[in-house]
Design a protein around this ligand. Sequence first.
Ligand code: MG
Length: 279
Amino acid sequence: MTDTEINELEKRLKPFQKCKTPQYARFQYKTSDCTITAYESGKVVFQGSGADFYDSSIKPQSKSNILPQCGSDEVGTGDYFGPVVVCATCVKESDLKILSQLNIQDSKQLTDPEIIKIAPKLMEQLDYSLLVLENQKYNKVHQDNNMNKIKARMHNQALLHLLKKTSIKPAQIIIDQFTPERSYYRYVANEPEIVKGIHFETKAENKYLSVACGSIIARYTFVKAINQMSEKYSFDFPKGAGKTVDRAGFEFIKTYSISELSKVAKLHFKNTDKIKELK
Ligand code: MG
């Protein structure tokens, strides 16, 4: 890294624990899952389980963690059972210290118990906006909107709510990309208000803190919703959309009814036909 980049990096690392400076180094900082050492040569080393994440997120030249930033992600779109959840969060400089203690990384790599531990702390710390589209409503909305349009409208709404709620003007707004930018804006074209200037990037939950946090809160909410459904029906709803799901769907309509299925599942998935064919 250049001198300027290293100085910039140190500014960003200020909230973290500074270590005794090793030989030939300018500085060394420790977060909960990463040690960052900047050498006099300009070489900067990220070590530890969080290294990939910090390497791509804290490095100033990657421009990927300009703060304050707002970002959103969604959960449940690949699951036959359960709602679609979108969460947008706002991350500011002053949130960094707490985020570094929470081991924020790709929510897909976190286990459910880890999600359940981390998410409430994020919800306490951050400004966020959370939208849950329950199955019954989803199935109704899906008659006139495809899944991507539903997602786009939810992201737009979540970001609008968040921007109204937070006093902060974000330097960056990011959506974990699920459709090209042009299609996104086509999907939201008829919305009364549209958030503009969004940066779209795939796998953004690995690179942008605000998207990572949104992803964790969304998944936490999804897990809670599935647990509530399980309690209500005394029934285990598997995740995903594979054969286990077909089998479970078949058991479900045997115990309840096909019309009840519309309250727990996304009916347009191919699973619905397969469930009807099972005997
Ligand atoms: Mg995503």
